[in-house]
Design a protein around this ligand. Structure first.
Ligand SMILES: [Zn+2]
Length: 416
């Protein structure tokens, strides 16, 4: 086992049990929970064991600095930053997030082994609450820092038990009064590179271990409330019903068809039903649509078609419909200068073989930061494409190739 592989393995083994559900094998590392605290303690210990200066920012994101004691010592645009997130979706996989954080430390170890000299300050980062599993909004840590989420709006976020974000932060020992934009810190960053497991099979299909991101597709979440009439399932004639489940079901099928026709994605993955009784016609069916497409026009067309189908279906059933757009993230095109630089660096270290450039339908902290910081992403091959599931996996060799690629990129950006 090479030093690089050993360093990766040791960290992976330590992180593996944290926040893992014994029955499903999936991860429940939700923001400001005990599992989250364990992951944060792990990050801090990794930073300190390498002699890095540990720093917690006002929004609960963790930073580990090489070459300086704090971001305040960094000149504007001088820092090179890499990292990802350690939190997970409910029953998430081991790789989404942690692969990027572990690879950051492993890449630093590799650069130290190479004996390179750093000419720029380097930071490793763990962004808090990336998945939004607890409070329903993704990338809360990076959104707050970039000013893409106001502290006032963040304070209104509640989890399923009614606990607000400030209450959750306070219980975890953090100061919720401090949250807000951190633009001075971000202004010190000249390049942010996030390594992430690919959440599709593009690299598997081209036979490449590592790729570079071109863009994050525009994506959004819409809530469809179908209000019908509760009644007895055993005594109400079919002709007399106003059953919102029927309207909802037709809308799900229409969403699939609209997405298929347009080459987009549309998913109803969450639903709530009232009164939720086996022998009751529902009074309310509430379904959440997640839709994504390669460009804004396609996404608009798909969502409009789904809304039209839902309205038609609701009218047919005598059901009232209300549609609310709960969140929307426009397309993120990563800056070509940094992206091309990564391509050049990796082609050079890879013996001239060009590295594939691919788009993704998944959101990331890198997408949020790209509005204020030159940002790029590296993807590591996912042989099954499965993500947000305990079955998510990556081959050991591919993970190590990802660490090498990240080290090559950081060497090119921070050591010249
Ligand atoms: Zn992720």
């Amino acid at each position: 086992m090479t030093g690089q592989t050993a360093s990766f393995h040791t960290m992976w083994r330590e992180l593996r049990p944290l926040g893992r559900d014994a029955s499903s094998g999936g991860y429940r590392r939700h923001a400001w929970t005990a599992a989250d605290a364990d992951c944060r303690a792990w990050f801090r210990a990794q930073a300190e064991s390498r002699g890095l200066a540990y720093e917690l920012d006002r929004n609960g994101n963790q930073w580990a600095w090489l070459g300086v004691r704090s971001y305040t010592e960094v000149a504007p645009g001088a820092a090179v930053v890499t990292g990802s997130h350690l939190d997970s979706v409910p029953d998430g996989g081991a790789f989404d997030g942690p692969l990027g954080v572990v690879s950051s430390f492993a890449a630093l170890d590799e650069l130290r082994r190479r004996g390179v000299e750093f000419t720029a300050p380097l930071a490793l980062v763990n962004f808090g609450d990336e998945e939004g599993a607890r409070f329903g909004l993704a990338c809360v840590g990076s959104r707050l820092s970039a000013g893409a989420l106001t502290p006032e709006d963040a304070r209104e976020l509640r989890d399923a038990d009614g606990i607000t974000l400030p209450q959750a932060m306070e219980r975890a020992g953090y100061d919720p009064d401090a949250i807000g934009p951190d633009l001075d810190r971000l202004a010190r960053i000249g390049a942010f590179v996030e390594l992430h497991i690919e959440q599709g099979r593009a690299l598997d299909l081209t036979g490449d271990r590592v790729g570079i991101a071109s863009a994050i597709w525009p994506h959004g979440r819409w809530r469809f409330d179908f209000h019908g009439e509760a009644n007895h399932a055993g005594t109400t004639r079919l002709e007399d019903r106003h059953d919102p489940m029927l309207s909802y079901a037709r809308t799900v099928l229409a969403a699939r068809e609209a997405a298929r026709t347009a080459g987009a994605l549309a998913t109803f993955g969450k639903i709530s039903v009232e009164p939720n009784g086996v022998n009751a016609i529902p009074s309310l069916v509430r379904g959440w649509l997640d839709s994504r497409a390669a460009d804004q026009d396609i996404l608009d067309t798909v969502v409009k078609e789904i809304e039209r189908a839902a309205e038609e279906s609701a009218a047919r059933d005598g059901v009232d419909l209300r549609i609310v757009r709960e969140s929307f993230t426009p397309v993120v095109e990563f800056g070509h200068a940094l992206r091309d630089e990564l391509g050049t660096l990796l082609a050079r270290s890879g013996g001239g073989r060009p590295v594939p450039v691919l788009g993704t339908g998944a959101g990331h902290d890198a997408g949020i930061l790209s509005a204020s910081v030159p940002t790029a992403m590296l993807f590591v091959r996912n042989p099954t494409g499965v993500s947000h599931s305990p079955a998510e996996t990556a081959a050991e060799d591919d993970c190590v190739a990802g660490v090498t690629a990240l080290a090559d990129v950081l060497e090119g950006l921070a050591c010249t």
